[in-house]
Design a protein around this ligand. Structure first.
Ligand code: 5GP
Length: 230
């Protein structure tokens, strides 16, 4: 037990939070698994999480806003960004370009925030290659393919051909499940959100993100030696 009169090194959970390096949290899933809803809930409940807003060339849906859900661009502007190395990763999904603007991610990480990504498996692979242990990847599974199909139909965003194309893409995505750190099933939205939040809590305490704790730890070791020497 630490003596109440001790005026040695002290450490608090907040101090650990203040020194840690941020990480990139990737949520990937086949369309219709519900990852968008999970991401929205996570953002609502965690002030330390920043959302990476992607750039895309796909058509804006009725409920979407430029700069909030995506940055919507023409193909030539997107290609300019690729050439100028302004994207951390990019991929072509369903004939449209999607990519992550590098600058905003760097800004959030520098602010000590973790960054949440909703990107496809090709993008995840690029991030993992570039950022290694700074990437935490979660694959969200629908409870069944029938349920996923029903969700896509119910959403009303795509016609039958587009839905078929999304299901075809899903073959690739689900086949890549072994490349992810965590696998969760979204059969209950609140439970899925709580599960991701538990992963976030654990990942924030990973020793490899706490290099800046060295001074405190050295202080504690010195305190131990001082007690022994008494
Ligand atoms: P949607 O058109 O339904 O918004 O997204 C289609 C797919 O593109 C989803 O799987 C989504 O995760 C992926 N996506 C969205 N933004 C990005 C991005 O910045 N990079 C990559 N690689 N994929 C993205």
């Amino acid at each position: 037990m630490i003596s109440e009169n001790s005026n040695g090194t002290t450490v608090s959970a907040q101090a650990i939070e203040d020194v840690r390096r941020g990480f990139m949290l990737v949520l990937a899933a086949p369309s219709g698994a519900g990852k968008g809803t999970i991401a929205a809930k996570l953002m609502e409940e965690d002030a330390n999480l920043a959302l990476s807003v992607s750039a895309t060339t796909r058509q804006r849906r009725a409920a979407e806003e430029h700069g909030v859900h995506y940055f919507f661009h023409e193909a030539d502007e997107f290609e300019r960004k690729i050439k100028a190395n302004e994207l951390l990763e990019w991929a072509k999904v369903h004939d449209n370009y999607y990519g992550t603007p590098r600058e905003s991610v760097d800004a959030s990480l520098n602010e000590g925030k973790d960054v949440l990504f909703d990107i496809d498996i090709a993008g995840v692979r690029q991030l993992q290659k570039q950022a290694g242990e700074d990437v935490v990847s979660i694959f969200v599974l629908p409870p069944s393919i029938a349920e996923m199909h029903a969700r896509l139909k119910g959403r009303g965003d795509d016609d039958d051909t587009a839905i078929k194309r999304r299901m075809k893409t899903a073959i690739d995505e689900v086949s890549g499940w072994q490349e992810f750190d965590y696998i969760i099933v979204n059969d209950d939205l609140n439970k899925a959100v709580t599960t991701v939040q538990s992963i976030i809590t654990a990942e924030r305490l990973k020793r490899l993100r706490l290099a800046k704790l060295t001074g405190k730890m050295d202080g504690m070791i010195a305190d131990l030696k001082a007690v022994i020497a008494e």
